[in-house]
Design a binder for this molecule. Structure first.
Ligand SMILES: NC(=O)c1ccc[n+]([C@@H]2O[C@H](COP(=O)([O-])OP(=O)(O)OC[C@H]3O[C@@H](n4cnc5c(N)ncnc54)[C@H](O)[C@@H]3O)[C@@H](O)[C@H]2O)c1
Length: 386
């Protein structure tokens, strides 16, 4: 039995495209009752031409430059928030009050206070919701989780995450406006902490449990930039780079590093965990590979005596690997866009009575809290308890 799910996507940029593609593809690869219908899309009045082209390309039935009208429309079931961070709060609350299912891009909000209001609104309305921390749906990262749950890492000692890029190094890169709204704190909230480390923190807590304490340092290398909207040179208020140490509730130690000043790094997100029984390493720029070092048998905890001991590179494309039975034959890789399709497949399954979708907004609020505490620690130069 199929059930149309009428979707309105707000924002026609990077994520607007990624989500439109995922709604279009999900039923081709996963058996789900709900069939997303691209009912409407939104962008600002000044981007009307872009919005028209976007609607045509993806086959949207309608479009609007007033998102509130889409939230009020009775023929729309789901509001998908793919606009910059400063809009998430108002859109989510209005959509919750209108009883819509909500998908929201990360970071959930500009601050913990905003996130709390959003969570209150969705929980009061009782609407299904998801936050798009899509890296949980990279098959190799899902396998990372499975390896931990099977006891193959054992008692964890270290967790190490990086998320590095290089696109803001030039002093002539403006802040604000299309794509570079990430450099404008009024639109983005924070810099690499909310934009990149939010991903690393979500994945870290999913894999290794809650972070208990943090101490951070942030840097803004270029202090002033021309603002694309006003044309004036203005102070830059976002963090260009952030490094923090973390202590997890399970006693392990974490290091997190993120910058947009790592020449040559484009979307270099890595994570490594070292435990008593083994280690696991993942690099998003090589997304179908998971590296695993097996030291001890999880059942006995005893060292495996083997002259072939060493790091294994697992090509995560077999049918028994997470999500892969829905895709191609073993050996054929999937990519970035599939993380969104896998995510929507899980979300639709949760709407159909399957496992509760995670991360929801309450879970993303936790990530927001860690981000806020990291920034607070950088400000006061001291350890902060989460
Ligand atoms: N899950 C992920 O991996 C991931 C990746 C990228 C972005 N994101 C998140 O998705 C959201 C959108 O990011 P994006 O990369 O698609 O951005 P984008 O700049 O590519 O697109 C943003 C959309 O909002 C519009 N917009 C831009 N500035 C605006 C403003 N000041 N007011 C109203 N509308 C504006 C743009 O025209 C566009 O339609 C952000 O919250 C971002 O953090 C998540």
């Amino acid at each position: 039995m199929s059930k149309p799910l009428n979707v309105a996507v707000l924002g026609c940029g990077f994520m607007g495209r990624a989500h439109s593609n995922a709604y279009s593809q999900v039923n081709h690869f996963f058996d789900r009752e709900h069939q997303p219908v691209l009912k409407a899309c939104y962008a600002r009045e000044q981007e009307k031409d872009k919005l028209e082209a976007f609607a045509k390309r993806w086959g949207y039935e309608s479009m609007d430059t007033d998102w509130r009208k889409l939230v009020e429309r009775e023929d729309i079931d789901l509001i998908d928030v793919c606009v910059p961070n400063f809009m998430h709060h108002d859109v989510v609350i209005a959509a919750a009050e209108a009883g819509k299912i909500i998908v929201c891009e990360k970071p959930l909000a500009m601050s913990l206070a905003e996130a709390q209001e959003m969570v209150d609104a969705v929980e009061k309305a009782g609407v299904a919701n998801m936050v798009s921390f899509n890296y949980r749906r990279v098959p190799a990262i899902a396998l990372f989780k499975q390896i931990i749950e099977e006891g193959r890492v054992g008692r964890p000692f270290h967790y190490r995450a990086t998320y590095n890029q290089d696109y803001t190094i030039g002093a002539d890169v403006p802040q604000g406006g299309m794509a570079l709204w990430r450099l404008d704190s009024r639109v983005a909230g924070s810099g690499v902490t909310g934009d990149l480390l939010a991903h690393s923190i979500d994945t870290a807590e999913w894999l290794n449990g809650p972070i208990k304490r943090v101490v951070a340092h942030t840097e803004t290398f270029i202090k002033q930039r021309k603002h694309a909207d006003t044309g004036k040179v203005e102070k830059v208020d976002i963090d260009d780079a952030c490094m923090f140490l973390a202590i997890f509730a399970n006693g392990s130690m974490g290091t997190f590093e993120s910058t947009r000043y790592a020449r040559g790094r484009k979307n270099y997100s890595t994570m490594e965990m070292n435990g008593e029984n083994g280690s696991v390493f993942f690099d998003l720029e090589d997304p179908h590979i998971l590296q695993y070092f097996k030291y001890a048998d999880p059942a006995t905890g005893r060292k495996i005596e083997d002259h072939l001991t060493g790091w294994q590179r697992i090509h995560v494309t077999n049918f028994e690997h997470p999500y892969m039975k829905n895709w191609w034959v073993p050996g054929c890789t999937i990519g970035y866009e599939h993380t969104f399709i896998n995510g929507f497949a899980d979300f639709l399954a949760s709407l159909e009575g399957g496992e509760k979708f995670m991360p929801d907004m309450r879970s993303a609020m936790r990530t927001q809290k860690v981000c806020d505490m990291v920034l607070e620690s950088a400000k006061i130069g001291q350890w902060v308890d989460i």
